[in-house]
Design a protein around this ligand. Structure first.
Ligand code: 13P
Length: 250
């Protein structure tokens, strides 16, 4: 089954509102009308409304980088799915390794967030990936399977259209050390098999690779059969480089 490729920019904690507006407007002009590829921008929370406005009328989708599993309440510092929906945001990155490692998000928390996202009709980009120590210990597949299983087990076939998976090996994030296309393909293939085992429509679910994706390595990665897109950090912060990534040639 043909899957529409998705190129997503995770801006992390970068940029003022004015900078976000410039970047989003620049990308809207360059890649905003592409219908053969999904383009997703995930700015910091403070810039979500501005970016949404800047890409209005284009096909670019705006995503949050995180959200609470609760609708409302005494959760100081959190942003709820209801609030994001109020901004017109319907996509969210969940379980990014920086959330897991720096802010202590467990598999259980990620699961609760995935369920909350589904309840509110969001599309989730669910991130998984092993650390360098786990890879060196030969535990990559075990770790990734545990994370995928915890986040997605038992959701039911219908959830499939609202799920995107991102495989982001922690050792490749922000390090300039990209996984080889063979390393990435191996894990992506395993993830697709696991999605199938979980009763999800595995052939229809996009599995993105993330970790030092750049204009000069995206083409090779995208040529692999189970790599359906990229979740890009550093190289998504400039119009030129992210445009080249969106315009990859496989
Ligand atoms: P880099 O592309 O900067 O390595 O970041 C990857 C990432 O974490 C995207 O979510």
């Amino acid at each position: 089954m043909a899957r529409t490729p998705i190129l997503a920019g995770n801006w992390k904690m970068h940029g003022t509102i004015a900078e976000a507006k410039d970047l989003a407007s620049g990308l809207a002009a360059r890649v905003g009308s592409r219908s053969d590829r999904g383009v997703v921008l995930a700015p910091p929370c403070t810039a979500l409304a501005t970016v949404r406005e800047a890409v209005a009328g284009t096909r670019i989708v705006v995503a949050a980088q995180n959200m609470s599993w609760a609708d409302k309440g005494a959760f100081t510092g959190e942003v709820s799915p209801v609030m994001l929906a109020d901004l017109g945001v319907g996509h969210v990155i969940l379980g990014h390794s920086e959330r897991r490692e720096i802010f202590g998000e467990t598999d259980e928390v990620v699961r609760k967030k995935v369920e909350a996202a589904l309840k509110h009709g969001f599309t989730s980009i669910v991130c998984v990936g092993e650390t360098l120590a786990e890879r060196d210990a030969g535990r990559t597949l075990e770790v990734v399977k545990r994370q995928v299983d915890a986040a997605l087990n038992g959701l039911g076939n219908d959830a499939g259209s609202k799920i995107v998976v991102a495989y982001e090996p922690v050792w490749a994030i922000g390090t300039g050390r990209v996984a080889t296309r063979e390393q990435a393909q191996e894990v992506h293939g395993e993830i697709r098999g696991l999605l199938r085992d979980l009763g999800l429509p595995a052939d229809a679910i996009a599995i993105l690779y993330g970790g030092s994706v750049k204009p000069d390595n995206v083409d090779g990665l995208m040529a692999e059969p189970d790599i359906d897109g990229a979740l890009v950090g550093g190289a998504s912060l400039e119009v030129e480089s992210f445009t080249r990534i969106v315009e990859y040639r496989a």
